[in-house]
Design a protein around this ligand. Structure first.
Ligand SMILES: Cc1cc2nc3c(=O)[nH]c(=O)nc-3n(C[C@H](O)[C@H](O)[C@H](O)COP(=O)(O)OP(=O)(O)OC[C@H]3O[C@@H](n4cnc5c(N)ncnc54)[C@H](O)[C@@H]3O)c2cc1C
Length: 479
């Protein structure tokens, strides 16, 4: 059915109901700005942090742990869900060469499983790289990791997994990613952490406890969205932005399509968490800039499976480094929260594949992906094919902004295009092309709203969140 176009106007329009969009909307309504319209193309809120329900079972888009160094983010999460936001003791391992290595890596465990010759090789290659310190800063992920761990440990514990996730060789991935995500971590720190333990030795990727909502990551954002709607904002789901208009250095309106009807939304300010490249491609008049086309994304497939037995493995997730299988990770949601599974006699797993849209596995029908995941789990000895009772596939485009070697110049150019529009506030992971976690995205939304409202402390340097601001996992947990 074709409906006549509709026009609405509001003070603030927010694109996206992920942590960033809801963070912005929450801060606006909390400060009395209620003329807010939030749009999302999806039917559920939460973006990449949503929880889908299939046959009564709950599945995130890949497992989502909640961890933040920010006091404020922790407070908001806790206030939003109260008792339903629960601590979980982390158990994660690496599967490599048919063995399970503890993660965080424990030297004794790793050395025993690697065997004496490989352990010696690892120690020698680490000592060799330490001897060669003082070179220019590392440019690639491979250089960065080899320098901090030695070549042998890099090849064993970083290379295959990282290449599965990013789809490009480690010598084509910028060192920015390594230094942002595994900052402060090197072989010496791992050894210190393993032997000495203690809070002061906690490093960012080694956090041993995290929080998780009883009903999945998305429960957080569903609750947050209810608060926002109660506060007076309007949330429009199934509403895809298809056009963005600008004039004289300002955004004027967006067109949103929902069930065959186009709605034009005019606003004084626009907060956008949709992928930056799409945003510019939708712009009228057209903004043609090669830099926009050089932003690249990695896409994601989750194969969700129900297994007909109560216990499968004790980990929340297992990193799968083995090159013989294509999956990168397998998660067990029962080990996050027992409420994720409707029938306690069963177990829900999700198997993750990292892909490029339109290539390879992305083009496979769901049945082939289900069969692949079951085959691979069987091969790894995790479940037998006959034990899998049902399954479904979820596909996400633009799941990961790719920090490929040399992307920085185009990125800086796109940032300047964004900054040239006075009333556009970029927020979030794809909206700022940053490898954000939920807390960074939520914070970007909060701070963008504070900038708009000119609250004390503003203007905040939004582009710096997740680089040098205090939102890393490295420090003490603040509860
Ligand atoms: C596999 C995986 C595992 C992860 N694990 C963790 C974890 O353990 N812990 C953690 O903290 N973080 C994790 N993350 C990161 C986390 O998912 C993101 O940081 C977070 O969801 C980003 O929030 P956001 O609001 O910036 O963007 P998103 O969550 O991507 O939300 C953007 C929203 O914009 C909407 N949108 C896009 N285009 C349009 C359009 N044209 N019109 C209307 N709406 C549009 C989308 O539908 C989406 O809802 C993980 C991510 C992935 C992919």
């Amino acid at each position: 059915m074709i409906y006549p176009p509709q026009q609405i106007s509001c003070e603030c329009c927010v694109i996206g109901t992920g942590p960033a969009g809801l963070g912005a909307a929450l801060e606006l309504v909390n400060h009395g700005t209620t003329s807010v319209v939030v749009v999302d193309k999806n039917s559920r809120v939460g973006g990449l942090s949503r929880t889908d329900i299939m046959g009564g079972q709950r599945f995130d888009v890949g497992p989502h742990r909640f961890f933040s160094k920010s006091k404020e983010v922790n407070r908001i999460w806790r206030e939003t869900l109260g008792e339903d936001f629960r601590p979980v003791s982390r158990m994660t391992r690496i599967f490599y060469r048919n063995k399970y290595f503890q993660y965080p890596i424990k030297p004794l465990d790793a050395l025993t499983k690697l065997g004496s010759i490989e352990s010696l090789e690892a120690a020698l290659s680490y000592l060799f790289t330490r001897g060669r310190r003082g070179e220019e800063p590392a440019k690639t992920f491979e250089e960065w990791t080899t320098r901090n761990f030695g070549r042998k440990l890099y090849e064993t514990f970083f290379k295959t997994y990282t290449e599965k996730v990013w789809g490009i060789p480690c010598d084509q991935i910028g060192a920015e990613w390594a230094s942002q995500r595994i900052k402060g971590l090197n072989a010496l720190e791992v050894i210190k952490n393993a032997f000495l333990g203690g809070r002061s030795n906690r490093i960012r990727t080694l956090v041993e406890q995290f929080d998780y909502p009883a009903l999945g990551a998305g429960q957080m954002y569903e609750a947050m969205c209810e608060r926002i709607a109660r506060g007076g904002a309007e949330v429009r789901l199934n509403s895809r932005v298809v056009r963005v208009r600008r004039r004289d250095g300002r955004m004027t309106s967006i067109d949103v399509e929902r069930e065959g009807r186009t709605t034009t939304i005019t606003a004084r300010a626009f907060f956008s968490s949709m992928p930056l490249a799409h945003f510019f491609r939708m712009m009228e008049p057209v903004t043609r800039d090669e830099a926009v086309d050089r932003l690249r994304y990695r896409d994601h497939i989750t194969v969700n499976l129900m297994v007909g037995r109560p216990f499968v493995f004790p980990d929340q997730w297992i990193y799968v480094h083995s090159p013989e299988v294509q999956m990168a990770r397998v998660a067990n949601y029962k080990n996050f929260s027992e409420k994720m599974v409707a029938d306690p006699g069963k177990t829900s797993l999700s198997v993750e594949y990292f892909v490029f849209h339109g290539q390879g596995l992305w083009n496979e029908p769901d049945e082939s992906l289900l069969a692949l995941a079951v085959r691979e789990l069987d091969r790894m000895g995790i479940v037998k094919a006959g034990e899998v009772e049902s399954g479904c596939v979820a596909r996400e485009t633009e799941a990961y902004p790719v920090y490929y070697l040399g992307y920085g110049e185009s990125y800086e150019r796109v940032k300047s295009l964004v900054d040239s529009m006075a009333n556009l506030l970029p927020i979030g992971r794809a909206g700022m092309h940053k490898y954000n976690n939920q807390d960074h995205s939520l914070m970007s939304g909060l701070l963008a709203a504070r900038n708009y409202l000119k609250l004390p402390g503003s203007p905040y340097a939004l582009w710096d969140i997740n680089i040098d601001a205090e939102y890393h996992e490295g420090g003490r947990r603040e509860r």
